[in-house]
Ligand binder design. Structure first.
Ligand code: ATP
Length: 222
């Protein structure tokens, strides 16, 4: 369901990251590992349709993601890809429920309160659906971030260091929820982390590791 080929990203400062090709089959759960600065976030953003590679291709469910025009790409992302960020970045002037309604609207999906409540229930957050983000604890806000990523039933669920701001108990709960929900929703899951708590507990089957030797600086060379 996901294939990358010859992916390269060059930033304006000349830093170039080369990524090994990667194939992920539907329903698999992967850990994306690598030391700080090895390119995990860059790769995850490219997989999620958020950052255009300088070269190479990202295929998600047989769609060449970056061949889509901008608006079609936004809609494709909304419908097929859910992203959990390090910080949930919820809109502060909107309640939990309104934040999720917005995610449905961005994806061009009609308002579906039943689905919103289903996802919030699965995350034990339904009782907070009328709360504002600043009324939530960090762990609760992160769970709303997960709800937002899942609400449109994405085929691909990406999580970028989802436990970095959480204590042990919350980190454990969040990673368990991600894994269980991805299984029950039949989503493919990729979690990027350098958190040992995640490495030790989960996803022993599939790991994709990035290394610093895949980074070069073209400006320094020339
Ligand atoms: N916008 C940018 N401009 C220039 N260089 C960048 C930019 N974004 C990332 N880089 C460089 O690309 C490399 C990979 O960065 P990235 O954030 O993807 O790493 P990471 O593995 O996610 O790190 P961390 O675990 O610390 O979050 C680093 O050398 C970084 O300095």
């Amino acid at each position: 369901m996901l294939q990358t080929s010859d992916l390269t990203k060059t930033f304006t400062n000349g830093t170039t990251l080369h990524f090994p090709d990667w194939t992920v089959t539907a329903g698999e759960q992967w850990l994306l590992l690598g030391e700080s600065g090895s390119g995990k976030t860059t790769l995850l953003h490219m997989l999620g349709g958020l950052l255009k590679p300088s070269e190479g291709k990202v295929m998600v469910n047989a769609t060449n993601v970056y061949a889509l025009p901008a608006r079609a790409l936004d809609r494709f992302r909304g419908q097929h890809i859910g992203i959990v960020f390090q910080q949930p970045h919820l809109i502060r002037s909107m309640t939990v429920e309104e934040n999720l309604l917005l995610a449905q609207s961005f994806a061009g999906i009609g308002k579906d309160i039943f689905r919103i409540r289903e996802v919030l229930n699965a995350l034990e957050m339904d009782h907070k659906r009328h709360a504002y983000p600043q009324e939530l604890s960090q762990g609760q806000a992160q769970r709303v971030g997960i709800a937002r990523a899942l609400v449109n039933r994405p085929a691909l669920l990406l999580a970028d260091e989802p436990t970095s701001s959480l204590d042990n108990r919350n980190a454990d709960a969040v990673i368990r929820l991600l894994s269980d929900l991805a299984t029950s929703e039949r989503s493919t899951l990729i979690v990027c982390t350098h958190d040992d708590r995640v490495k030790e507990s989960f996803f022993k089957d599939f790991m994709f590791e990035l290394r610093h030797e895949h980074i070069s600086n073209q400006l320094e060379k020339s």
